[in-house]
Design a binder for this molecule. Structure first.
Ligand SMILES: Nc1ncnc2c1ncn2[C@@H]1O[C@H](COP(=O)(O)OP(=O)(O)OP(=O)(O)O)[C@@H](O)[C@H]1O
Ligand SMILES: [Mg+2]
Length: 511
């Protein structure tokens, strides 16, 4: 391979020029084109570049290699026109770019062409960086944190122009709170200490708006490890964060809806359980009422039988005795005459009449039908008080008001059972009975100051099964469309209150 001339310029070119240079000798093909191009001289820089541009060098040295045809056509054009031609070529072997200048050497139409290779890889990278890397803000900071380089991505993401930000401290990208807390300085310190800072956080754009950034800061050091500055790569993750937040909100919403559903389910289950419980209780109450009713009917039948037995006994023992005595007296009168037997007969007849009246009264006092509720109850209180030795109080504001016969009977029987209980169980000193009319509601109250007892609700089932008086009170009140309450405290007496709807009795049609 030929060498350049030994002139000062040649030496300069050969030894000191940074660009690679080579001289080609071309062989024309006689038709305006070239057959071949041989490297006949080159400088030191070309020797170094040749390793990198090897395919191009080979192409030039051995015309059969690569797309030599296009190279030969280019060189032929340079030879023919006598004008230089410039192009940018990328080395195929590694990522390096060259600015190549082909120019004619020597006399016009001669056979020599010079090639100048300038390594423009860094410029190309910078261009690429600023043109194509729009997704990342790639910024170089000096050791103090002031912005030294600014790329397109940085402008797009942060909103500052290069002119507006170069030289300013990078803390302007942070919110006031972070700045006051010294976060920017901590980021640089962490990067310098650990070799890298990686983090996410809110940053502020030029227009004051915020964005969620992913930041990587790497310290830049020289060959001796001295800190030269930092490279900061920032990515705007606002979109991603928004999407994540939307997703999280949706998940929250779904979870809430699910919880609501579960809550509704539980409420529903609880309600079903409660209703089932209510139903069960109602069923049990119904069954209890049925049992009580059965027991009551049986008791009624027995009571009727007892009553009949008592009446039969009274008829036999008392009235029968009286009538037998009367018969004997009448016989004596027939045989002997005289006034004394007549007087005896009259006395016996009087007793029989009295006895019959008492019997009838006990069965159903005529006073109830004839005179009404007030006199009947007052009479009954008096009847019960005499043998028991009670003091009594009777009060009524009915003023002779009459009610339906069924209602009057119900009141009479309730008062009868309450007074009988007071006589049997209470050992009371004072018993009172009152009748009050409020609008169309009748209130009957019987109270005593006797022994009292546990409320019927607390008595055992067996216990309740043996006593029917209070049960029948309730049933009677219920059948009459009213209600009945029993208040009793041991040692403090008992109060029974029955309350009924009581429309006044229709006046009897004139006869
Ligand atoms: N005024 C009262 N004072 C004290 N205890 C009472 C009174 N009334 C009821 N009791 C108590 O309540 C129980 C239930 O009374 P209830 O009238 O139902 O049955 P009973 O009187 O025992 O029998 P019967 O079925 O013949 O009426 C009584 O046995 C008694 O212990
Ligand atoms: Mg009783």
């Amino acid at each position: 391979m030929a060498q350049l001339d030994g002139t000062a310029v040649d030496r300069l070119v050969r030894e000191h020029m940074a660009e690679g240079f080579c001289l080609l000798r071309v062989t024309p093909d006689g038709h305006g084109g070239l057959l071949d191009a041989q490297v006949v001289a080159s400088n030191r820089a070309f020797g170094q570049l040749a390793r990198q541009v090897e395919p191009a060098a080979r192409r030039l040295g051995h015309v059969t290699v690569g797309d030599a045809a296009s190279w030969l056509a280019t060189l032929a054009m340079v030879v023919r026109t006598g004008r230089p031609w410039r192009t940018e070529q990328r080395s195929r072997r590694e990522y390096r770019w060259f600015d190549v200048l082909a120019f004619p050497c020597g006399a016009p139409g001669g056979d020599q062409v010079g090639l100048l290779f300038d390594d423009v890889t860094q410029r190309k990278l910078d261009e690429l960086m600023s043109l194509s890397v729009r997704e990342y803000a790639i910024v170089l900071l000096d050791e103090a944190g002031c912005v030294r380089t600014w790329n397109t991505g940085a402008e797009r993401i942060n909103g500052y122009s290069a002119a507006g930000i170069l030289g300013h401290h990078f803390e302007v990208f942070y919110g006031a709170g972070d700045r006051a807390a010294g976060v920017p300085a901590q980021v640089l310190a962490t990067a310098a200490r650990q070799g890298e800072f990686i983090g996410e956080g809110w940053r502020v754009r030029h227009d004051g708006s915020r964005f969620w950034a992913s930041v990587v800061v790497t310290p830049l050091r020289d060959a001796d490890g001295r800190l030269q500055g930092f490279c900061k790569v920032t990515r705007d993750l606002s979109e991603r964060r928004r999407a994540e937040e939307a997703l999280r909100a949706e998940v929250r919403e779904r979870t809430r809806a699910e919880e609501q559903l579960q809550h509704l389910n539980r409420t529903l289950e609880a309600e079903v359980l409660a209703r089932t419980g209510d139903l069960r209780r109602a069923n049990a109450e119904l069954a209890g009422a049925r049992d009580r009713l059965q027991a009551l009917s049986a008791r009624l039948v027995r009571a009727q039988e007892d009553e009949r037995g008592r009446i039969a006994r009274e008829l036999h023992d008392d009235l029968g005795q009286l009538l037998t005595g009367l018969r004997l007296q009448v016989d004596g009168l027939a045989q002997h005459g005289g006034t004394r037997p007549v007087a005896d007969c009259v006395q016996l007849v009087d007793r029989a009449i009295e006895h019959t009246r008492r019997l009838a009264l006990n069965l159903r006092p005529a006073v109830l039908d004839d005179l009404g509720l007030e006199p009947a109850l007052e009479w009954m209180l008096d009847q019960q008080a005499r043998p028991a030795g009670w003091e009594t109080t009777f009060a009524s504001d009915l003023r002779g008001q009459r009610f339906a016969p069924d209602l009057e009977t119900t009141c009479f029987r309730i008062a009868q059972e309450a007074l009988t209980n007071a006589a049997r169980h209470a050992g009371a000193k004072h018993v009172s009975l009152s009748l009050r009319l409020r609008g169309e509601r009748l209130r009957l109250e019987i109270s005593d100051d006797g022994a009292g007892f546990d409320p019927p609700g607390q008595a055992s089932v067996q216990e309740r099964g043996r006593h029917f008086g209070l049960v029948s009170l309730r049933e009677r009140a219920r059948l009459a469309g009213g209600s009945l309450s029993i208040d009793s405290v041991r040692g403090s007496g008992t109060r029974i209150v029955a309350d009924f709807p009581a429309p006044p009795r229709e006046p009897a049609p004139p006869t």
